[in-house]
Design a protein around this ligand. Structure first.
Ligand code: 13P
Ligand code: SF4
Length: 359
C-alpha cells in the first residue's frame, strides 16, 4: 500500500524570525549628560519643567535624546496613551490620545515600526490593525485589570447563555476576547456603538461600571460582566463630595470606568481625551480629574490658569513603561507583539467595525 504524505504537499509554515533578527540589534549609546545634549533637549525640558526638577533632567535628557535619534534611524513611531508620564507624553511620543484615537491613528502610521507606550491590549490592537508592521511594547507585562477579568472561553459561554444577543466588547480586552465579539467600543463611543445595533438587548462586557453608565443613557437592556478597572473603582462619591466642600466652585470630571454613583457627582464624564478637551475648552478655574494621576500633569503642561486638585491613583500597568525601557525596546527590537493568526482575523473585524462606525 502506498501511503500518501499529505503534509509533504502542504506549504511549510514560515519559520519565525524575531524582530531582533529582522532589524538587527543596536549597541547601547553612551548616556552621559553633555552640554550638546542639554542644548538639544532644552525645548523639550520647557514642556516638563513643572514636573521634573532641573537637577533630575540630567538623568532624563540622555534617554530622551537617544530615543528621538533612534526613532529616526529605525523608522519607528511612538504611540503613547494619555496616562503615560509627562517625560514620555511630551518628550518622545509622536502620537498621543485615548484608546480610540490611538486605534484610529495606528491605521494611518507610515513608519515600519510602532512602539506602543501603553498597556498590552493597546499594542495588540495596533498589531491587529497593522498586521504587516512590527509592533513593540517596552514591557510586555503591562496588563490591565479589565482585560484580565475575562477570557474568550467566558464569552463563548455568555453567547451560549444569551443566544442571538450581540456582544459589544470594550477595547480593554485581549485579542482572544475580541475574536468572540461582534463589535468593540471604547469609553468615547460606547453609546454610539450600542445604539448602532438593532437588538433591544446588548451584552456590554467586561466593564460592569461602563455598562451601568451606558445603561442610563439608552433604552436598550444592557447585560454585562463583573470586570472593573482597579484604578477607577477606588474613587468614591463620598470622597468627591468632600473635595467639593473643601473647594467651592471646583469642577469634577470623571471617566466612565468609575461607579455610576461617582459619575453622578461629576460635572462631566468622558474618555481620557474627552476629559482633556473639556479642560482645554472650558478652562475651569479649579478642576479635579477622576482618573489616572499622570493625565492631570500632561494637560497641566498645556493649559495655563487652571488649578488642578490631584488625588493620585496610579495605574501600575501604565507605569511599567519608562524611558529606559523604551530605549531598550528600540535598541533590541523587543518585546514584539504578535497575535495568533487563528484569532487575528475575527478580532480585527471587531475592531475595524468600531473604527469604521459613522458617528
Ligand atoms: P480611554 O479610552 O478613555 O483612553 O481609556 C483607556 C483606559 O484604559 C482608561 O483606564
Ligand atoms: Fe486598565 Fe484601569 Fe489601567 Fe486603564 S487605568 S489600563 S482600565 S487598569
Amino acid at each position: 500500500m502506498t501511503r500518501l504524505d499529505l503534509r509533504a504537499d502542504a506549504a511549510p509554515a514560515p519559520a519565525f524570525v524575531s524582530a531582533a533578527a529582522r532589524f538587527g540589534v543596536i549597541e547601547k549609546p553612551d548616556l552621559a549628560y553633555t552640554p550638546a545634549i542639554a542644548r538639544e533637549t532644552a525645548h523639550l525640558y520647557e514642556k516638563v519643567k513643572d514636573f521634573i526638577p532641573a537637577i533630575e533632567w540630567a538623568a532624563y535628557a540622555p534617554y530622551v535624546h537617544a530615543i528621538n535619534r533612534l526613532k529616526k534611524e529605525r523608522n519607528a513611531v511612538i504611540l503613547a496613551h494619555n496616562y503615560q508620564t509627562p517625560d514620555i507624553f511630551h518628550c518622545v511620543a509622536d502620537i498621543v490620545g485615548d484608546s480610540l484615537q490611538l486605534a484610529r491613528d495606528a491605521t494611518k502610521v507610515d513608519a515600519e515600526i510602532i512602539v506602543q507606550c501603553g498597556v498590552h491590549f493597546m499594542a495588540e490592537t495596533s498589531k491587529l490593525l497593522n498586521p504587516e508592521k512590527t509592533v513593540l511594547i517596552p514591557d510586555a507585562k503591562a496588563g490591565c485589570s479589565l482585560s484580565e477579568s475575562i477570557t474568550g472561553a467566558d464569552v463563548r459561554l455568555l453567547k451560549e447563555r444569551y443566544p442571538g444577543v450581540p456582544v459589544v466588547t470594550y477595547v480593554n480586552t485581549s485579542a482572544d476576547v475580541k475574536a468572540e465579539t461582534d463589535i468593540c467600543c471604547t469609553s468615547s463611543n460606547v453609546l454610539a456603538v450600542v445604539e448602532s445595533l438593532e437588538s433591544d438587548t446588548v451584552l456590554c462586557i467586561p466593564d460592569e461600571y461602563l455598562a451601568m453608565n451606558v445603561a442610563r443613557q439608552t433604552n436598550k437592556k444592557i447585560l454585562t460582566w463583573k470586570g472593573h478597572c482597579e484604578v477607577h473603582e477606588r474613587f468614591t462619591a463620598a470622597e468627591l463630595l468632600a473635595y467639593k466642600e473643601a473647594n467651592p466652585g471646583i469642577e469634577i470630571i470623571g471617566h466612565p470606568e468609575c461607579h455610576p454613583d461617582v459619575i453622578a457627582v461629576c460635572d462631566f464624564a468622558g474618555s481620557t481625551s474627552g476629559m482633556i478637551n473639556y479642560v482645554k475648552d472650558k478652562r475651569p478655574q479649579k478642576v479635579l480629574l477622576v482618573t489616572e494621576c499622570s493625565m492631570a500633569s500632561n494637560i497641566q503642561a498645556e493649559v495655563e490658569g487652571v488649578d488642578f486638585v490631584k488625588p493620585c491613583n496610579l495605574c501600575p500597568h501604565m507605569k511599567r513603561i519608562t524611558l529606559p525601557k523604551i530605549l531598550d525596546s528600540l535598541l533590541n527590537m523587543t518585546e514584539e507583539v504578535l497575535v495568533d493568526p487563528a484569532i487575528a482575523g475575527r478580532a480585527r473585524l471587531a475592531v475595524e467595525r468600531m473604527v469604521n462606525l459613522k458617528q
